[in-house]
Structures are given as C-alpha cells and as structure tokens.
Design a protein. Sequence first.
Length: 516
Amino acid sequence: MSNSDKDRVYIFDTTLRDGEQSPGASMNLEEKLRVALLLEEMGVDIIEAGFPIASQGDFEAVRAVAGKVRNSIVAGLARAGKKDIDRAWEALKGAKRPRIHTFLSTSPLHMKYKLQMEPQAVHQAVIDSVTHARNLCDDVEWSPEDGSRTEHDFLCRTVESAIKAGASTINIPDTVGYAVPEEFAQLIRMLFDRVPNIGKAIVSVHCHNDLGLAVANSLAAVNAGARQVECTINGLGERAGNAALEEIVMALRTRHDRMPYTTGIKTEHITKASHLISTITGFPVQPNKAIVGANAFAHESGIHQDGMLKHAGTYEIMTPESVGLNRSTLVMGKHSGRHAFRAKLKELGFELGDNALEDAFKRFKDLADKKKNVYDDDLVALVEDEVVRDHARLKFVSLQVMCGSRGPQMADLELDIDGTVHNVQARGDGPVDATFNAIKKLVPHTAQLQLFQVHAVTEGTDAQAKVTVRLAEDGKSVNGQGSDTDTLVASARAYIHALNKLLTKREKTAPAALTA
Ligand code: KIV
Ligand code: ZN
C-alpha cells in the first residue's frame, strides 16, 4: 500500500438507507436515483442504496441505482439470513461494483433481548452469512451491530471470523450513539492490536449522533486507523441522525495539518447535495448547522464584517466556494434569454430535458416579472419544482383565492389530471384549508396532512415561499414541495406533489377513479 493509499479515507454514504430510515424521510425511486447520481458525481466511494428485503420499493430502488451508477460501489444491506442476502444480491447484481453489507448484533443486550441467541450461535451465524454473501459477491462488508457496546473478546472473535469468511470491510457501528471519542478510538486501536488478520480488511466506522458526537467519534476512529467512514448528507438518519458527510469531509480538508488524510469528495457539490436532500425529505437544515446551514458563512456583527473586509481569513476557516456556495448570488433578469438560462442552470448543476427546460423558463420569466432580483436560490427552488413535476399525473394549472378577515375563504382551482384540465371551487377555514379542500374535491383521498411548513427562499417580502407538505396514508408518508412568490400557489403545488407521490405508490389506481 502506498502512502497515499494508506491515508485515503473512503466515504460510504448511507443517506439512501440509514438516512431514509428516519421517520418521514422516505424517498421514491426517482428521488433516490437523483440522489445517487449526485453522490456519484460528488465522488462518494460507496453508496448504500437501501435495504432490499425491507420492501418491494426498497428492492426496486437498489436495483435502479445499481443499474445506473458506474463509478461508485453500490451497497445493499442484508441481515444475517440467507433470504436477506439473496434478496440483496438480486437487487445488486446488475451493478458494475456491487457490495453486500451484512450485519448481526453482537452486544450482550442485543443478543439476549433482540436476537434471543447465544453468543456461540451468533458467532456461527456471522460465519455462515458472510460465507454465503461472499459466494455471491466479491465485495462483502460485515457489521457487528451495537459494536461499541460489545465485549472486546467477542468482538475480536467475530471480526476475525468474518474476515476469514471473506469480508473485506469490517464496519464498527456505534448504533445507539453511546461512545465518546477517546473510548471509540481505543476500540479501533484494540481491533488493530488484537485481531490477527485485521490487515486483510478495511476498518470502517458508522456513528450515530444521539450525544452529538457522531462526527467527533468518526474522526477519532480515523486517527486510530479506520479508513472508511459511514455518513449521510445533512446528518440525516434514525433518531438524532448519523455522522454528517459534509462535516467529516470538510474537517479532514480544513484540518489536514492535524488529520493528514484525504477523501475523494469534490467538496464543491456539498451545498447542492444538502439542498437536494432537504428538498426531497422536507427536513429543513438548521440555520447554524456546520458547513451547510444558511448562516454557516454569514457575518453579521460589525466587528466580524470589518475583519472580513480586511482579510477573509480573520473569521473564515474555509471558503464558501469550497462547499459550492457562490458569493455572486445575483443572477438574471427578465431580459435574459433561453441560452443564458440554460447555461446558468448548468452552472448550478441542473440539466433539464427540453420540455422541463421550457416549463422552467416560462416560470423563470413569470418570476422575473414579479420579483426585483432573481437569485441562484430562486432558480434552484424553481428548477427543483420542475424536475419533480416532469412526469406527474396531476399538474397545477391555476389558483384564485379569496381570503382575509371578512370571510368566507374560497379557492377556485384548475388542475390537470392525466392531460385534462378540471375546475373546482371550495371553502375552508382559511385560504390554505380552502385550497387543500379544492384539491381534495378533484382528487378524493383519505391521506392525513402531517406537516405543513413554509419558509422563504431568499430575503424580502417579494421572496419565493418554499412549502413542504407531508401526507400519510396506510402507514406510509410522502413529502411534497412547491415554491412560488405566492404562498398559496406554493402550498397547492406542494400538496399536489405529495399526492402525485401517493398515486405512484398506489400504482393500480385507475385514472378515472381519480376525479370526483
Ligand atoms: O447503526 C447501525 O448499527 C447500522 C448497521 C446496520 C450498520 O445502521
Ligand atoms: Zn445506523
């Protein structure tokens, strides 16, 4: 191994698997593909695309990602059983670089209460599952779930056996986010000291953020010899989430003096990836979140601004450009043409098909008519709207709302359903309720509204509103997004987007049954 290989940290992104497992964060196949392709473009080494046995949707998403991604390794998760592993392989086998990631709990607590298995049986199941996975796929990763709370002797024994059975990556999870950095680093060092064949595998870590220590624990582990880090965009994940990819990568890059390791991540894609995940899941990023929060590079106090004007290094340890934040955010006006629009979108990382481009261009012109300044963020919101709507069955056409203190609140809506425009009026307790009631009249459904969230894309009273709506039906939830300078139009678009996703889920619904 050359020095550069020795110091290379592989980035394993599990946004599509562990991230997607967080309540309300589910993504559909098309969204997962978009995320996977962006992760690949970013230089993510391994993309964990899902848990194929979990559902038909998960299986299909992993298969679709495996079929499209060419440069990154595509991993699928499987419990220790043969059925799980076969299903994972079925989904992965079309990948250019497939990996089966199989796991089994090894801590006393998990073995006794969750698995109800004796340690000896667990040990044998590790050998059997890794052997089976390795017979199907050359690249096998094994994880002892709840590894950080596993007895050291047992951890060493299972890790050694997993490597003997053919695992080339050993991933140590801090499943419940219990570890603290020095202790976790010691655990990794202990494995290097005590497992005789550890040199045959890459040691990986997978840290949860229950105590806010996921990134610190991951970096401590890298210092102790781990060379793969499992993480997610925006730190998305179960409970308090997983280690945030952007924080790991930027910490390694910015403090290379202290942590002389490299990753293959093109950091300029970080902001875009963060926006994409936040848009798809409807999980906003807190303004003071490291690296990707709206305030991460904002300087408001006079003293700081003065320092920044004299030398950016006074208060900035990394440049906004290094994470893909453009300082010149003022873009085009109403006189900009199609070519300039297309070129600007390309610069922002979007390449639309001709129809979607034409629709987005029309909406850009409308926006430029209404809004004095059109910023990059406005364009991103607008285009994300267009991308999600591309093949939708329900399309927003127009909305007129009567509202205010004199009541009653009324919505008059036009909606395109499978190519035919329908018109309806409805009342409600307020303009949003009236708008949603109008949609419901045209598309009867039993889904419950779980979340209605509005935020401004930029500053000023003419800013676009970005609305997220979460609908739940039969135990499944979907998020929809919409943006517009009119908050009610954005709300209607978001609701319709969520309904489109529900319709995709109920694939068998006949189009005729949709209209009232
Ligand atoms: O947190 C965890 O233990 C996991 C494993 C499946 C790797 O997600
Ligand atoms: Zn996890």
